[in-house]
Design a protein around this ligand. Structure first.
Ligand SMILES: NC(=O)c1ccc[n+]([C@@H]2O[C@H](COP(=O)([O-])OP(=O)(O)OC[C@H]3O[C@@H](n4cnc5c(N)ncnc54)[C@H](OP(=O)(O)O)[C@@H]3O)[C@@H](O)[C@H]2O)c1
Length: 216
């Protein structure tokens, strides 16, 4: 599969790059925001392109041309305000879906947030604007014609992954290493059990591939 990764310079994104590089089934194009990031990736033999989610759908579609699948692992982060949450996490995400439809990249894997679909679960959260953005971006994706997978991970940790996760919507744990989110994203690309599904994702006891295959 020709895979287009949005957010390739991010903390989850870098793990996704690593797993895609190790996996000879896929060919990666990494979307980044700066020439410096592009150069670094190119020096490691990775095909990189510059585009910005605050740019136009055409700019994103141009960068995406020829791709079969899109992974969205970008985010405005905790250091910017609700304006960027709206412009990147919501509108940027939706623009990337429009771009994917435009270029015929039919497979789309979204790194969302745990229970973004359930307003009740974040109605009193301090990050409510972020959850609202994720909620509506996910709604747009699930209403699109794209063959989507929406992952809803809990709190992301920088500790090394275990390769083992739990899928569902009720968990004992509330977090997951970023490396394991990346593993699940890459493993989902061609796993039909994940197609057109929203999947809660936490650290757990089941190897990633097995956990995804167990989905009903
Ligand atoms: N933090 C959590 O606990 C948590 C929980 C659940 C889900 N998530 C979601 O998980 C995903 C990955 O998180 P992460 O920790 O890897 O995030 P991260 O390290 O902050 O990476 C986000 C990436 O998005 C890129 N980005 C920001 N604005 C952009 C724009 N306008 N155009 C293109 N790219 C842009 C950043 O580019 P630069 O490198 O140039 O800055 C960065 O590479 C995000 O969607 C996040 O919302 C996070």
């Amino acid at each position: 599969m020709k895979v287009f990764l949005i957010g390739a310079n991010g903390q989850v994104g870098k793990h996704i790059v690593k797993f895609l590089q190790e996996n000879d089934k896929h060919e990666l194009t990494a979307m980044v925001r700066s020439g410096e990031q592009e150069e670094q990736l190119k020096q490691s033999g990775i095909n990189a392109v510059i585009a910005n989610l605050e740019g136009s759908v055409d700019e994103i579609a141009n960068a995406m041309k020829g791709s079969d699948a899109v992974i969205f692992s970008a985010g405005s982060g905790g250091k910017t305000g609700p304006d960027k949450t709206l412009l990147v996490d919501l509108d940027g995400a939706v623009k990337s879906m429009e771009a994917a439809e435009k270029v015929g990249a039919n497979r789309y894997v979204m790194v969302s947030a745990f229970k973004a679909y359930d307003r009740e679960s974040w109605k009193d959260s301090p990050i409510k604007p972020y959850m609202v953005a994720k909620h509506y971006a996910d709604l747009m994706l699930s209403a699109s014609n794209l063959n989507y997978t929406i992952f809803g991970p809990g709190l992301l940790l920088n500790e090394p992954g275990t390769g083992k996760v739990s899928v569902g919507d009720s968990f004992e744990k509330t977090s997951i290493p970023r490396e394991d989110v990346a593993r699940a994203v890459v493993a989902s690309l061609e796993e039909e059990k994940t197609y057109r599904k929203t999947i809660g994702l936490m650290t757990g006891e089941t190897p990633v591939e097995e956990a995804l295959k167990s989905l009903e």
